[in-house]
Design a protein. Structure first.
Length: 357
């Protein structure tokens, strides 16, 4: 799961990235502090994995991971190369989803590139640049496809119709995601405006509730994810020893860290689930998987040979092992199921794959 972090300059993007990844990305009160994308790979928090580790007591615990890519601040005109925009837009094309960090705090010591704090205006600037970049890409595709259309090629004609519909929507200021095509139909075009978006409202310690509520309603109207955090507070949490973090969170009235909030929202946005592999002699491990995937596809997350030679899978639920504690008891009670190639893996399944290559 690879997620790009974007936003205008000076909205707290790199501060958030540092807090999430402890990667030490450059962060300062100047536009374009970040030039090349910073990359951080961080564990995906999952309390179920901790519980499985307690039950099986293996030498190793391995979580699923999220890859964060901190992309330089975009500005108005980015699609035309302003602020090195073309380079930055190319970085966004490689990610699975976009986190758009939006400034929702006032601070006279941290300049806003547009003078005043207005989250929805800032969002619309970024999204306009993404649409303009997609429009340019679509026009190039149409031009490249024209020769094939003239030969009467049916696939080229169908493709051209689709491209023209997308072009019309983008020219009207609408993202490609509302054109009526499925993600599968749009995948080959690699467009920016079909990627799932998670808005992160970067607030002060005492947020402006009216501003946040307006922002949240806007996100809902766009069918986008929404998370409210303070990058500054997350920076403080990141510096604490693990045993002190939960106490700090209780003191500020939070159940989850910013990482956990973003991870949970990102999983939901990307329609991901987690399954687990366990063993008392080696490790317990969590794996990300697209919701609706089959058992062989889950096996392929571990190794392509597992999917290619898939035979069957022993599967039981997280709830079952928490209740009965051992696989021996689960077998006695018939709670370990033998599933085949058509089985759809569920969130929280513990899987043991049988294969032959």
């Amino acid at each position: 799961m690879e997620i790009g972090i974007v936003g205008l300059p000076n909205v707290g993007k790199s501060t958030l990235f540092n807090a999430l990844t402890k990667a030490g990305a450059a962060s300062s009160n100047y536009p374009f502090t970040t030039i090349d994308p910073n990359i951080g790979i961080v564990p995906l928090p999952d309390k179920r994995l901790d519980k499985l580790f307690d039950i099986f007591k293996p030498p190793k615990k391995t979580p699923a991971y999220i890859k964060f890519v901190d992309i330089a601040g975009l500005v108005k005109g980015a699609s035309k190369g302003e602020g090195l925009g073309n380079k930055f837009l190319a970085n966004i094309r490689e990610v699975d989803a976009i986190i758009q960090v939006v400034r929702a705090f006032d601070n006279p010591d941290v300049v806003h590139v547009l003078g005043e704090v207005e989250p929805i205006r800032d969002i619309e600037i970024i999204e306009t640049e993404l649409m303009l970049a997609d429009l340019e890409s679509i026009e190039k595709m149409i031009s490249k496809n024209t020769g094939y259309v003239k030969t009467g090629d049916k696939e080229a004609i169908a493709k051209n119709e689709k491209l023209e519909n997308i072009k019309k929507a983008l020219a009207e200021g609408k993202p490609a995601s509302v054109c009526g095509y499925s993600n599968e139909e749009l995948r080959d075009f690699n467009l920016l405006t079909v990627k799932p978006i998670l808005y992160v409202a970067n607030t002060s310690e005492k947020p402006n509730n009216d501003l946040i509520e307006k922002f949240k309603q806007y996100a809902e109207s766009k069918n986008a994810g929404f998370v409210q955090i303070s990058a500054q507070i997350e920076s403080e949490i990141a510096e604490l020893p693990d045993e002190e973090k939960s106490v700090f969170l209780q003191d500020i009235g939070e159940e989850y860290t910013g990482l956990e909030k973003i991870a949970l929202a990102a999983k939901k946005l990307l329609k991901l689930i987690s399954f687990f592999t366990v063993g008392s002699e080696d490790e317990v491990r969590a794996w990300n998987l697209k919701d609706g995937s089959t058992a062989p596809q889950a096996a392929g997350r571990i190794h392509t040979d597992f999917e290619r030679g898939f035979i069957k899978a022993d599967i039981y639920s997280f709830e079952s092992i928490c209740e009965h504690k051992t696989e021996k008891i689960l077998r006695e009670k018939g709670l370990i199921r033998l599933e085949g190639k058509t089985y759809i893996v569920k969130d929280g399944d513990i899987c043991f794959f049988k294969f032959n290559v």
